[in-house]
Design a protein around this ligand. Structure first.
Ligand code: SF4
Length: 350
């Protein structure tokens, strides 16, 4: 991880509300609050893991950052530039610096195009290289991601899932980006090759000084690659901390439940923690529960959780949590100096 604390990406109050319309005149009758007020930074050279169950808004967040979707609120700053409402023309040079790796290596590659055409497409779109220069650059990138440069004229169907994801990664690297949003980069792959792709991403980061946002539903995937992890639930961040803090001392009940579901071969390493089985499905973002959105599934929920939304506050240095009754919370004297531990409204104090 880079020494510099300077953020490459700053997201503040980011929102994406998809309108629900009705009738011929398309009267808006509601909104799906897919992303509802996210604030976080990603520093140069670090990897931020963005984790949560399916439907929590993490993929939408990745698309909002890269402006594949238009935000309905908040700001996105990249290298200090506010890109939230930048025109597509003004955004074009910045697009080289922000790329996405997509989840499915089967559908994200055009089966009618050769590997050379797929990986070389960014050069052609941006008009930055001659045909001969493109071929040479593509072959160098193929080698960088562990593929044979001789594969230049082959088609995606001739490759395994892991190799196809390497082709997708190669395409992402073509323009030497600074920030890569990797959306579930290994979830469609066989378990036996997931580690290879994660290791490749790590090697590329060290070699090319990349910054990553890695989106995953599985905390075990991001554990090895992330410097910090943000846990999302129903469009909001409920906990964000450095890797050690989050995995060794999770404070939000939802994080605790997700971690308890990660298989650990050594029972002792679980520290006596039992598996927590959450009841029910994630509620609809069309009509999320009021106040703490997790209260319908939380075993610690009290009346205040249904009426007062818990703010995201620092309970330890660099460790922010949105919960009235956090787990493993430090004693007030050990709490982060930048923010006081919030008194749980209605909770008894000693
Ligand atoms: Fe559970 Fe209440 Fe904390 Fe929400 S605020 S996670 S319902 S204890």
């Amino acid at each position: 991880m880079s020494e510099t604390p300077e953020p490459l990406l700053s997201v503040e109050g980011l929102e994406k509300h998809f309108p629900i319309t009705k009738g011929l005149i398309k009267r808006q009758v509601g909104a799906v609050k897919a992303v509802d007020g996210l604030t976080f930074d990603v520093r140069k050279g670090e990897t931020l893991g963005l984790v949560g169950e399916s439907g929590c808004g993490k993929t939408t967040t990745g698309r909002l950052i890269t402006r594949l979707l238009e935000p309905t609120g908040g700001t996105v700053r990249f290298e200090g530039h506010d890109i939230t409402h930048m025109s597509q023309g003004a955004l074009r040079p910045l697009r080289r610096d922000m790329q996405m790796i997509f989840q499915d290596p089967y559908s994200s590659l055009n089966p009618r195009h050769t590997v050379g055409a797929i990986v070389g497409a960014p050069f052609r779109i941006q008009g930055v290289k001659t045909e001969q220069g493109t071929k040479k650059a593509v072959q160098e990138i193929l080698e960088l991601v562990g593929l044979n440069p001789e594969h230049y004229n082959r088609y995606p169907h001739e490759f395994s899932g892991g190799q196809r994801q390497r082709i997708g990664i190669a395409r992402t690297l073509a323009l030497k980006p600074k920030l890569i949003i990797a959306d579930e980069p290994v979830s469609a792959l066989d378990v036996s090759i997931q580690a290879q792709v994660v290791n490749l991403l790590e090697d590329l980061q060290n070699e090319l000084d990349l910054t990553y946002v890695v989106i995953a539903h599985d905390l075990s995937v991001v554990r090895h690659i992330s410097d910090r992890v943000a846990v999302m639930y129903l469009g909001k961040i409920v906990e964000i901390a450095d890797r050690k803090g989050l995995y060794e001392r999770p404070m939000h009940p939802y994080t605790t439940a997700l971690l308890s579901a990660v298989p650990i071969p050594d029972v002792k390493a679980r520290g006596g923690r039992d598996r927590i089985r959450l009841q029910g499905d994630v509620p609809s973002p069309l009509n999320p529960p009021p106040a703490c959105r997790f209260h319908t599934r939380c075993w610690k929920a009290q009346e205040v959780c249904k009426t007062v939304e818990p703010p995201l506050v620092a309970l330890a240095p660099g460790h922010q949590v949105a919960c009235h009754f956090p787990e493993n919370a430090p004693a007030p004297a050990d709490a982060a100096p930048e923010a006081a531990v919030p008194a749980a409204p209605g909770a008894a104090t000693e």
